[in-house]
Write a protein that binds this ligand. Structure first.
Ligand SMILES: NC(=O)c1ccc[n+]([C@@H]2O[C@H](COP(=O)([O-])OP(=O)(O)OC[C@H]3O[C@@H](n4cnc5c(N)ncnc54)[C@H](O)[C@@H]3O)[C@@H](O)[C@H]2O)c1
Length: 257
């Protein structure tokens, strides 16, 4: 299914990214694994230097042609939530896009989260979509004061969803025949989510959010299946979508129809 295809996967050393890299390789694909450690390309996507290094190194390793990009690296501490989850992801997608032009079936996907449903802040969103990182960081400090550890994370993921949906239909992506989608994850058993599952109260709260029986917590390979499909040649028509892979948690959170 992924034969003769080369993918770049960020956050590939752990959790959902590692499971995605494994799945793509098992399907016959070649994967350029990118992460802070244990990767083909070592780069810190929370920094401009790391983002530039990622683009340069992936370009060198893929020989000028990529078939799929999985902008999956995310999480982190509140001080890098915007830098990693929004600006790092966008830099990955935009920076690697020219390498997709050589593919007969180019695809890209970003990993988001149901945390995007948390109360949004329009100033943060606006600054992100204007690609003004200092203004976004300043607005984030002002809006959330880092008292809710997931607020800025949610804001970053919401901005990522918005950026992808807007950008996907523009000439550089849609016009070049490149589907670009977002998979917004629910609860998956990875090191990043371990604190939720370790705390009995948090675990019970999270479990109560998921209507679908038997998928709390989800396994990384279940999340990987959605990401891998999005970047596989099979996905030829779906673009500009945010797909919630969350056992129905997003629908439940929205309340009445
Ligand atoms: N696990 C969940 O329940 C869940 C839920 C919603 C969204 N997500 C999203 O899924 C994605 C993968 O997370 P995960 O759960 O597999 O977590 P994880 O911690 O297992 O993996 C994240 C990977 O990203 C890498 N990374 C962290 N900071 C980085 C940086 N500055 N530059 C480059 N790489 C960096 C880490 O080294 C790690 O290998 C993230 O975008 C996360 O926000 C996960």
């Amino acid at each position: 299914m992924h034969q003769d295809r080369t993918y770049a996967v960020t956050g590939a050393a752990s959790g959902i990214g590692a499971a995605t890299a494994r799945r793509l390789r098992e399907g016959g694909g070649r994967v350029i694994a990118c992460d802070l450690h244990d990767a083909d390309v070592t780069a810190d996507l929370a920094t401009p230097e790391g983002r530039a290094a990622l683009v340069e190194e992936v370009g060198r390793l893929c020989g000028g042609r990529l078939d799929g990009v999985v902008a999956n690296a995310g999480g982190g501490m509140p001080d890098i939530h915007l830098a990693l989850n929004f600006f790092g992801a966008v830099a990955t997608l935009e920076g690697l896009r020219p390498l997709l032009w050589q593919s007969p079936a180019p695809r890209a996907v970003a990993t988001s989260s149901i945390a995007c449903l948390r109360t949004p802040d329009p100033t943060v969103l606006e600054a992100c979509l204007a690609m003004d990182e200092p203004a976004a960081v300043a607005a984030g400090r002002e809006a959330f004061r880092l008292d809710d550890p997931l607020a800025l994370y949610g804001a970053a993921k919401l901005a990522l969803n918005s950026w992808c949906r807007r950008t996907a239909i523009e000439p550089p992506w849609a016009g070049a025949g490149i589907p670009l989608n977002v998979v917004a994850m629910g609860f998956f058993d990875t090191p990043a989510a371990a604190p939720i599952f370790a705390d009995p109260d948090l675990r019970a709260q999270a479990a109560a959010m998921v209507p679908l029986a038997g998928v709390f917590p989800g396994r990384p390979d279940q999340a990987a299946a959605a990401l891998a499909w999005c970047v596989g040649a099979e996905n030829s028509v779906m673009t500009a979508q945010v797909v919630f892979v969350d056992g129905g948690a997003e629908r439940r959170a929205l309340g009445a129809p």
